[in-house]
Ligand binder design. Structure first.
Ligand code: GLY
Length: 349
């Protein structure tokens, strides 16, 4: 079934339509402990007579594991779920990833819908069918591609989101603008994410998700052009892993924003990406996300982390770069010297 992405105007009607399309025999809602308190009361009021069983798991990425997955399968089983039941995932990317995987595997797959409640989940995790859990210390190690039947995007849920998580999601929106077009990029660089107008943000979320949908429709299983969505993530994941090793707290989107600056530098020096745009993005990232401080003593470790990225083939570091805004170049390689020079630029920018 093709994924339907709805930019919400009337959540009550949209949820009711999404359920009516499937006509499940039983309805389950998955939340984490935060969205149970902050978001579930609103959804519950909108479900009306439809009786739903609530399943709640812990909120952090550490809980995106086999134990939580087992508890969701168990709750579905004990709650009498059949192949004709439906799961609604109400939460951030952890909930949509884990809930999507639970639904995709329970009795070989039941219907599910995503109602993401963080900006990161709205513009990235909830759309495009990647589901899964972390396993043996590796992020998203186990999972399947299986898109939610319906995704409903409602920025009203962002009222409860803190500024850091808002910025984190915005980095993925910046990425979508970079792989799309110059006008979209300029709008994103000019938007005030520190004091966001949620009505305008809702429109921008719609535009952002449309970029992702276009790419995922062309290449759902990431054999080619879907790699465009990895822009900023090769360097970004290395920053994220280094931060974890050093017990520094870094949100995913912050690491992606820093990774974008690095990879746009490579794009400018190797592929002709305009240096004015590089400097504008670097300035925006510095003002919005600050800087992840590194010294040259950490370059070797960052390089090593990049060589372990699961997106690589045959141990060669695989970058997605840009020849210009919207001019996507996948499967690009860089030497160790290029990467060290990129890190020099990042430190000095
Ligand atoms: N988060 C990148 C993708 O969905 O492919």
């Amino acid at each position: 079934m093709e994924q339907q992405v709805i930019i919400s105007k009337d959540l009550r009607a949209e949820v009711s339509d999404a359920i009516a399309r499937v006509q499940p025999d039983r309805l389950f809602v998955l939340t984490d402990v935060n969205t149970r308190d902050l978001c579930w009361p609103r959804l519950k009021a909108y479900l009306g007579d439809a009786a739903a069983s609530l399943i709640t798991i812990p909120a952090t990425d550490e809980a995106k594991n086999l134990d939580s997955l087992t508890s969701v399968w168990t709750a579905l089983g004990e709650g009498g779920a059949t192949r004709h039941s439906m799961l609604i995932n109400l939460g951030g990317g952890m909930i949509t990833d884990l809930g999507g995987f639970a639904a995709s595997t329970f009795k070989r797959g039941i219907a599910y819908i995503n109602i993401p409640t963080t900006l990161l989940a709205m513009v990235d995790a909830s759309v495009g069918g990647k589901t899964g859990i972390n396993f043996r210390g590796l992020k998203n190690e186990i999972g399947v591609f299986n898109a939610a039947g319906t995704v409903i995007l409602d920025t009203q849920f962002l009222h409860t989101l803190d500024a850091q998580n808002l910025r984190s999601g915005y980095a993925e929106m910046l990425k979508h603008a970079l792989i799309s077009d110059d006008a979209m990029l300029c709008r994103h660089l000019a938007f005030d994410i520190e004091h966001p107008d949620l009505a305008i943000l809702q429109q921008m979320v719609g535009e952002s998700v449309a970029v992702k949908e276009r790419i995922v429709t062309e290449d759902p299983h990431e054999h080619g052009i879907r790699k465009a969505l990895n822009l900023g993530h090769t360097a970004g994941h290395a920053f994220e892993s280094l931060a974890m090793e050093e017990h520094r707290t870094v949100l995913h989107g912050y690491a992606v924003a820093w990774g974008l600056v690095c990879e746009l530098y490579l794009s400018a020096t190797r592929c002709g990406f305009p240096s004015t745009r590089l400097h504008q993005v670097a300035q925006f990232v510095k003002e919005t996300y600050g800087q992840f401080t590194i010294t040259c003593k950490q370059y070797d470790r960052l390089y090593e982390l990049m060589t372990h990225d699961k997106k690589n083939t045959a141990g060669v570091i695989n970058f997605t770069l840009l020849g210009g805004v919207g001019d996507i170049l996948i499967n690009q390689h860089a030497s160790k010297d290029d990467i060290f020079e990129m890190l020099d630029y990042y430190r000095e920018s």
